[in-house]
Design a protein around this ligand. Structure first.
Ligand code: GLA
Length: 393
């Protein structure tokens, strides 16, 4: 989709007086540290070059008109600045509506309506955070149009609040953080208990990160995501009968092994085991990357997948088929599901000159076993949410 086409579509739909400003927020992958963010653990995501574009202008009344080129059949969705409550009929526009509502309630002055056109090139429901991307692009466009300075971490927290309280998915802070704070060619090491973070350069001269989409669509609202979270909370409550901890992320694997008997339910024990070991693997993976030990990093990715498959049970046959096939291929350093699971995407670190045969093998096996094909994307790690100032009219 060219920028020019977006501008033309904006003109057609909204007939604006002024030319719109353009904003972008990426999607994200997570290299390792899955289902640790709501357990006070560490994560290691990166923002990707695919994402959501928004063109926007202020209006002189209180109407807000949303249009998505991805959901053109839904046409313009119109709401009023004075009523931003969740409304099922507003469909996808509830994400930006929630963001406008919470940023306004936070005290930022948004005193006029606006016209906003969205276009996203991250596939929806693929586990690459299209929803956090639309929240964050809305955050930066509001900041741009209404000229206020909202602390980026606050904006990230408001994005998470939209998911938790407006949409009803109890997700952690990883996605909004990765998208809000992303940096070209870097992954972000985030401690979700303290929000301390640092950037780690991802230099892979001979390898690429290949994203493989199961094309099994799912929404978190309709998945067992909230169930996993409450299983972890139950495990934590059991552990806290004897331990003084704030989250499962406070435990080392050794602490866990010597106290796991406190967790009364066997399923909850496995969920907690994943959270604790995955957190340790993430810290380990960071060290491996610092010493350029890509092989060891890849092995930790593989272990992460196995834990998500057997202990956390969020993979499913589609993701397992992709990842297990990936492990068998020459030139694959590591492969795992990424994001929430239950469908969505996997990632693999693959030697550049083996990518073609990798794709062919994975695709063939997937069609044989699942009955339809995967899609592949090669991830460039790009910047976080921002205004795009290039002049294209
Ligand atoms: C989703 C959530 C994140 C995180 C991941 C799993 O992407 O939005 O907060 O919990 O799943 O790691």
């Amino acid at each position: 989709m060219s920028t020019q086409l977006m501008y033309e579509e904006f003109k057609n739909k909204f007939n604006p007086v002024h030319s719109p400003r353009q904003f972008f927020a990426p999607g994200r992958i997570n290299l390792i540290g899955e289902h640790t963010d709501y357990n006070g653990g560490h994560v290691f995501p990166a923002s990707i070059s695919f994402g959501t574009y928004a063109l926007a202008t202020k209006r002189s009344d209180n109407k807000i008109r949303f249009y998505s080129m991805n959901f053109s059949d839904l046409g313009i969705i119109e709401v009023n600045l004075d009523n931003l409550d969740y409304n099922e009929d507003d469909n996808w526009a509830n994400y930006p509506k929630g963001m406008i509502k919470y940023i306004r309630e936070h005290g930022c002055k948004i005193d006029f309506g606006m016209d906003i056109l969205y276009y996203g090139n991250i596939p929806n429901s693929a586990g690459l955070s299209s929803s956090a991307s639309i929240e964050m692009v809305t955050g930066v466009l509001l900041e741009g149009l209404f000229d206020f300075d909202l602390d980026r971490i606050e904006m990230i927290k408001l994005g998470q609040k939209v998911e938790n309280e407006y949409i009803g998915v109890n997700s952690g802070i990883m996605d909004q953080f990765a998208i809000g704070m992303g940096k070209k060619d870097h992954a972000i090491h985030l401690n979700t208990a303290t929000l301390d973070y640092s950037y780690a350069p991802i230099k892979l001269p001979d390898h690429s990160i290949v994203i493989i989409n199961t094309n099994k669509s799912r929404t978190l609202a309709g998945s067992k995501y909230n169930e996993r979270r409450s299983e972890c909370e139950q495990a934590l409550a059991d552990l806290r009968t004897e331990l003084t901890i704030d989250g499962l992320g406070d435990l080392t694997p050794e602490d866990f092994e010597s106290h796991k008997y406190l967790i009364r339910n066997e399923t909850n024990q496995r969920r907690a085991k994943h959270a604790v070991y995955e957190n340790a693997r993430t810290l380990d993976a960071l060290q491996k990357l610092k010493t350029n030990d890509l092989e060891a990093f890849g092995k930790l990715m593989n272990e992460s997948h196995l834990s998500l498959q057997h202990d956390y049970e969020v993979t499913g046959k589609e993701l397992d088929t992709i990842v297990e096939t990936a492990w068998e291929q020459a030139g694959v350093t590591g492969a795992r599901m990424t994001g929430a699971g239950f469908g969505g995407c996997a990632i693999a670190i693959v030697e550049n000159d083996k990518i073609d045969s990798f794709k062919q093998q994975v695709s063939q096996r997937y069609i044989e076993k699942i009955g339809y094909d995967v899609s592949f994307y090669t991830a460039a790690i790009g910047d976080g949410a921002k205004e795009i100032t290039e002049e294209v009219k």
